[in-house]
Write a new protein. Structure first.
Length: 133
């Protein structure tokens, strides 16, 4: 049976990446900094598929391939940093849910103003935090 999202855990994917790295002796080269750089480069390669054109899906296999590169680097980074992806994701997701309370948004209406008002408020709070450093 081939692996799909429905039958594969994140831990299984992390183990695959870990085994791949170990078998090749790449862990000494794949420091968290180097993997984070690779992650950003792969994210840029994903973005290249959308450069110049308004959301064109003319290369779905290429897009999926670049997304896989991003995920591979995320898994590798999580392994290097000993991050439990699900725990980190759930912690972040709970904060995002509080940041954008469902009561403020109605899918039947355009809530762009509210969305951008909240985004702006958080950005200003972020700027204040940066000023204190
Ligand atoms: Mg790539």
């Amino acid at each position: 049976m081939s692996k799909t999202d429905a039958n594969t855990t994140l831990q299984e994917l992390k183990n695959l990446v870990d085994k791949f790295e170990q078998e090749r002796g790449w862990k000494k080269h794949h420091t968290p900094k180097n993997v984070a750089i690779s992650l950003c480069i792969e994210a840029a390669e994903l973005l290249e598929h959308f450069q110049w054109d308004e959301y064109q899906r003319n290369d779905p296999d290429g897009i999926a391939d670049e997304l896989a590169d991003v995920i591979l680097n995320c898994l590798n980074f999580a392994n290097q940093m000993d991050i439990d992806i699900t725990a980190a994701f759930m912690s972040k997701f709970e904060r995002v849910q509080k940041k954008y309370p469902v009561e403020l948004f109605n899918p039947a209406n355009d809530n762009s103003e509210e969305y951008f008002r909240i985004k702006k408020r958080y950005r200003q709070q972020g700027d204040k935090k940066e000023d204190k450093k």
